[in-house]
Ligand binder design. Structure first.
Ligand SMILES: [Zn+2]
Length: 199
């Protein structure tokens, strides 16, 4: 029976010039020891929430890191003192691992859906899981400029129809109609202004 009880939680926040990271960690007690001669392995799991400016894109991600160790105090200190886990030892991977900070931004992502630089990427390896959402700055600028562009092109069409003596609603050519007469095509009141010469 596995008893995974969070007995400690830590919150760390770091801000670098290009990214900000917020992490919440929890210390998870090991399963009940079946063999008293073997040490019980604690898990320290950190969840990172980060946002950063990477290669002309805003990337925001959620990562999770597991560290294992026989001494919960040591595990906590490791996380407390660093930007990332410096080691993971014991089962299931006895090898020393070294993940620093936000290497996962540079991963070759196995699962990714990215179109024109915008998308979602997910990957995991050796106890580290990460999901990153990316949106390029040019796309943000383009979306922000969209209402401006729509209103500009509406104004432009309106002015063109007026100058050509057309109905401002449907574009019907109002040649020979008095300005106060409704449009024969759409029935709405046409341009109040007198049509100027057609090109
Ligand atoms: Zn019309």
């Amino acid at each position: 029976m596995i008893i995974a009880l969070a007995i400690a939680a830590r919150i760390r926040g770091t801000v670098a010039s290009d990214h900000a990271v917020y992490g919440i960690g929890e210390l998870i007690s090991p399963p009940a020891a079946t063999d008293p001669s073997r040490p019980a392995w604690w898990t320290f799991r950190l969840r990172d929430y980060s946002i950063g400016l990477i290669g002309g894109s805003i990337s925001t991600g959620v990562g999770s890191y597991d560290s294992l160790g026989p001494d919960p105090a040591v595990l906590s200190r490791q996380w407390d003192a660093s930007l990332g886990p410096k080691f993971r030892s014991g089962p299931p991977a006895p090898a020393q691992l070294d993940f620093r900070g936000h290497d996962w931004f540079d991963w070759a992502w196995p699962d990714r859906l990215v179109i024109l630089g915008a998308g979602i990427q997910h990957g995991s390896r050796q106890g580290v899981n990460a999901t990153v959402f990316t949106i390029p700055l040019w796309l943000i600028a383009a979306l922000a400029a969209m209402p401006l562009f729509i209103s500009w092109s509406r104004q432009r069409r309106l002015r063109r129809r007026l100058s050509q003596g057309r109905c401002t609603h449907c574009g019907y050519h109002r040649a020979g109609l008095a300005p106060e007469q409704p449009c024969p095509e759409c029935g709405r009141q046409g341009a109040i202004t007198t049509p100027t010469t057609s090109p």
